[in-house]
Design a protein around this ligand. Structure first.
Ligand SMILES: [Zn+2]
Ligand SMILES: [Zn+2]
Length: 71
């Protein structure tokens, strides 16, 4: 697995586009709201994930995701 930018050994995969990135070319995004949902008593809540590995090149787009039941 090598970095798509420079060919160096990659440390991870971009969460959004799947490209491999090395330690010099990755960045992180914080925080990302993955999903909004209504909790009990209709309180809006957000599912947030932090420190997602991102290549810094692609443009993450909000897209529908499947939300497991929270019960
Ligand atoms: Zn690189
Ligand atoms: Zn990417």
């Amino acid at each position: 697995m090598i970095c798509h930018e420079c060919g160096a050994p990659a440390i991870g995969i971009c969460k959004f586009c799947g490209r491999a990135v090395c330690k010099d070319h990755y960045t992180t995004v914080t925080p990302i709201v993955l999903a909004m949902y209504l909790g009990r008593q209709n309180t809006p809540k957000a599912v947030v994930v932090s420190n997602v590995l991102w290549c810094g090149k692609c443009q993450p787009q909000p897209e529908p995701i499947e939300i497991p039941e929270f019960f």
